[in-house]
Design a protein around this ligand. Structure first.
Ligand SMILES: [Zn+2]
Ligand SMILES: [Zn+2]
Length: 123
């Protein structure tokens, strides 16, 4: 039986060399506050990978430095102290891109802005 590609989208080869514009595009997706209850604050973003066209997501989790600190104040504190300016991200789509047999992304990765790119939380 022939493989049927429901999206009629070609499966691109696994590629670790930077695809032009990949980092800029992923950087544009907004960070969302996914989880704000102590002891962990989690930021994330998701979208369509600019290289392979599959869905990918990014999760960044941080623990408060001071237990019991009000969450809004914690986020502000970590924004200035503990949250990195940039984070290393990669495509985590669940499609196998040949010659890689694993379903762990298309190989694209980059450093993108984080600390200064976070929105002000609505708490
Ligand atoms: Zn993919
Ligand atoms: Zn990808």
């Amino acid at each position: 039986m022939a493989d049927i590609n429901l999206n009629s989208k070609p499966v691109v080869p696994y590629r670790t060399t930077p695809f032009p514009g990949w980092d800029e595009e992923v950087a544009k997706w907004p960070w969302e506050l996914i989880h704000k209850d102590p002891p962990i604050v989690i930021w994330g973003k998701e979208g369509t990978c600019p290289y392979c066209g599959d869905h990918m997501s990014i999760i960044e989790a941080y623990r408060p430095i001071v237990p019991g600190l009000e969450v809004s104040r914690f986020i502000e504190a970590t924004r200035n102290n503990g949250i990195p300016e940039t984070v290393y991200v990669w495509c985590n789509c669940d499609v196998a891109h040949p010659p890689e047999a694993t379903h762990q992304g298309c190989g694209q990765h980059a450093r993108i802005p984080f600390g200064s790119a976070l929105p002000n939380p609505e708490l």
